[in-house]
Design a protein. Structure first.
Length: 346
């Protein structure tokens, strides 16, 4: 492997030198193969200047890497790979459309890998995050602001999304304080980040639960509680921020398929009346028990909170006020009696 060519290629993909220095060459190549900027969720490439035999070989390699092979230049072209005798005008036109230029050697080096081996790379997968919530962190080649329209048909608002910083200008990101979660924690993502991450960065090495989250643009709450129900083989996961707000109820089905229901613990009802068939009654009972348990934990926490020192200072003041009031009332009653006695004697 030509290290010089590899370093140059990686820099051309937008990674910063300090990031490259923290990755092995193999890790950096694996990253840019699977995590380069894509258009419409899929990478495309055009080969020019090659013989029919070479083009067939390159096309097979590109398809194995999950890319589509274009027959002409278009504005959604991701890469152009040219031979030494390729038409310079066609290359220039492709570059004007935003395609990245690769030599055959660079294409073979970057897209010749077949395995995704970044899960043990702490620069990309933060091992401090629980594995079920851990996703790959985009590096600086995704450090750009993207405008995305609101998903609501009734709104014409636009939001600014940056998947390298994992930030969004929407209210959900701010109100849910999603920035408190580290980059690489799936709970940090609002719907706009989920959609942009999925389509531009690409999901790789994700669990079936995470796949469900990305496929359905499902945002997550802070806490999780998992349990099973009698005679029902599928585990249930309750995802919540507090004991009183809406909960997400995730139910795992056969073959790792998930269903999600909204549940209001205060009103003890499911969102839109949609209930999990065949397990509604035992699930309701379990959710009621969970609510009682969380209520009990809240009461316990409150009872253990130390009293405010200022409250102790207020007690003598209140007592003093009451004493002064009693004294005043006594004076009001006694003085007229003394005056009457004085008149009788005189």
């Amino acid at each position: 492997m030509n290290t010089g060519i590899t370093q140059k290629s990686i820099l051309n993909f937008g990674l910063r030198q300090e990031e490259i220095d923290k990755l092995s060459i193999e890790e950096a190549i694996c990253y840019i193969r699977y995590h380069h900027e894509k258009k419409y969720g899929t990478s495309s490439i055009l080969f020019i200047g090659f013989s029919d035999e070479e083009r067939i070989e390159l096309t097979n390699s590109a398809k194995t890497a999950g890319m589509t092979v274009n027959s002409k230049i278009s504005n959604n072209l991701t890469f152009i790979c040219g031979s030494e005798t390729a038409d310079d005008k066609r290359i220039k036109k492709a570059l004007e459309y935003g395609a990245k230029l690769l030599s055959k050697n660079e294409f073979d080096i970057i897209f010749g890998l077949n395995q995704y081996n970044l899960t043990n790379c702490s620069e990309i997968f933060d091992t401090s995050i629980p594995v079920e919530l851990r996703i790959a962190k985009p590096l600086s080649n995704f450090d750009n602001n993207i405008e995305i329209n609101s998903f609501s048909l009734e709104s014409d608002e636009q939001y600014i999304v940056n998947i390298y910083k994992m930030t969004c200008s929407c209210k959900n990101f701010e109100l849910k304080n999603r920035s408190k979660y580290p980059k690489g924690d799936i709970r940090r993502l609002c719907k706009h980040l989920i959609n942009t991450y999925k389509n531009n960065f690409g999901i790789k090495n994700t669990s079936k639960f995470q796949n469900y989250i990305f496929e359905n643009n499902q945002t997550l709450h802070k806490d999780f509680k998992k349990f099973t129900l009698d005679n029902i083989p599928y585990p249930v996961t309750v995802n919540y921020d507090s004991k009183d707000e809406w909960w997400n109820i995730f139910i795992e089905k056969e073959n790792g398929i998930y269903e999600c229901y909204g549940y209001n613990p205060m009103e003890e009802r499911f969102s839109y009346g949609e209930v999990p068939r065949g397990m509604t009654a035992p699930l309701r009972q379990k959710l009621k028990e969970m609510k009682k348990q969380l209520d009990g934990e809240t009461i316990s926490i409150k009872s253990n909170v130390p009293k405010n020192i200022n409250n102790h200072k207020e007690i003598p003041i209140k007592v003093q006020v009451k004493e002064e009031t009693k004294s005043g009332c006594f004076s009001v009653v006694i003085l007229p009696i003394i005056f009457i006695l004085y008149l009788l004697i005189s």
